[in-house]
Design a protein around this ligand. Structure first.
Ligand code: LMR
Length: 368
């Protein structure tokens, strides 16, 4: 059987990032992965995260390497729910939630897909075209579900308007489609995590509530990429209260049979920040600063390209928001950027805006 193991397509972003690391040119530019970078092109550990780590070190918690419960840290999950839905301690909405901690946003999507395929057993899954490639792979087993990105759409940077969200919610309610909201970039679209959560809060507060799932990631907005802090939430209807225990058991079963219990370092950092008013305020300014810098790189790229009589006016670059720009460059142009200039971006033409901007090279490949 070993000889018959077929090869499969490698993940483009991660494999090209590996290739880019090996390139020796000083001028190479990595615009691949959606990870924030400073003006110098370096990773930027958030100062609020460093402060939380310092405080945690001083506490000398003897239990810090112990297992978390299968469903995760309850304090962290409560903070995650509050950030998502804007809840205060008295909110009744908590009673409609079942939440489990996950291996960041990808883990949340996977656990949600596994849960839906066991229980909803759907026939069809709708995704935007284009969407984040793993959505399609992860939902091979689930259906009658629509995956929607809450804000800062990956890869296009184009989000639904509030009016469009309302229509989508109405269609989901009318047709019995289960919305699965992927919330990986809360704070990156407008700079304000509260404002970016508008669609989630609209869905949760509809007069005729519908059930929906949310995959939440803290990778980007806390810069905790490798720590894998996330959560999967089910927002239920009032009448589902009796079944919530069963739902949690099902989720626990899936987690226990896949990886037993979630990692705790990232979630401990997140709960320390969100649970402390000063640290939370500091974190909010840091999210806003990251979003602003991405916006200024966006403008600089647009300024460098517009009016130069290329195939495109590139105005879409400034109409998009968040971490990515969907440039409209063809696969052939992307390949030339890589081969001739060592500029690495996805073959779809998606640029991670946190990288350097590359006006001159894009001009050159479009002028030919
Ligand atoms: C991206 O699309 O670059 C990020 O979401 C990272 C990933 O896991 O693909």
């Amino acid at each position: 059987w070993v000889d018959a193991i077929p090869s499969i397509l490698a993940d483009e972003i991660f494999s090209l990032a590996g290739e880019c690391r090996l390139v020796e040119s000083k001028n190479k530019v990595d615009l691949l992965i959606g990870a924030y970078r400073s003006d110098d092109g370096d990773p930027w550990p958030l100062p609020s995260v460093l402060e939380a780590e310092r405080r945690l070190q001083h506490q000398g918690d003897a239990a810090k390497h112990e297992y978390l419960p299968i469903e995760g840290d309850p304090v962290y999950l409560r903070q995650a729910q509050k950030l998502l839905l804007g809840l205060d301690d008295q909110s009744k909405l908590f009673q409609r939630l079942v939440s489990v901690q996950t291996i960041s946003g990808s883990g949340a999507i996977h656990i949600g897909a596994a849960f839906l395929s066991r229980l909803l057993k759907p026939g069809c899954v709708w995704v935007s075209d284009p969407t984040w490639a793993p959505h399609i792979l992860m939902f091979e087993r689930a259906g009658d579900v629509i995956i929607l990105q809450v804000c800062a759409h990956n890869p296009t940077g184009l989000d639904l308007t509030q009016e469009q969200w309302k229509k989508v919610a109405e269609i989901c309610a009318r047709k019995g489609i289960f919305p699965f909201l992927d919330n990986a970039y809360q704070g990156f679209a407008t700079g304000n995590p509260e404002r970016d959560a508008w669609p989630l809060r609209y869905f949760a507060n509809m007069a005729n509530p519908i059930r929906f799932g949310v995959a939440q990631s803290f990778s980007k907005n806390f810069g905790l990429y490798g720590q894998r802090a996330g959560a999967f939430h089910l927002v239920l209807k009032e009448q589902d209260r009796a079944i919530q225990g069963n739902i949690l058991q099902q989720l626990q079963f899936i987690i226990r049979t896949e990886y037993s219990a979630p990692p705790r370092t990232g979630s401990t950092i997140v709960k320390t920040i969100l649970g402390d008013a000063d640290l939370k305020a500091q974190w909010l300014t840091e999210v806003s600063a990251m979003s602003q810098r991405l916006g200024s790189v966006r403008s600089a790229l647009h300024n460098g390209l517009r009016g130069s009589q290329l195939n495109s006016d590139f105005d879409h670059i400034i109409q998009q928001s968040g971490m990515f720009s969907y440039t409209g460059l063809s696969t052939k142009e992307v390949l030339r950027l890589r081969q001739e200039f060592h500029i690495y971006l996805s073959s779809s033409g998606r640029i991670s805006m946190a990288g350097y901007y590359v006006t001159r090279a894009i001009r050159e490949v479009q002028q030919d």
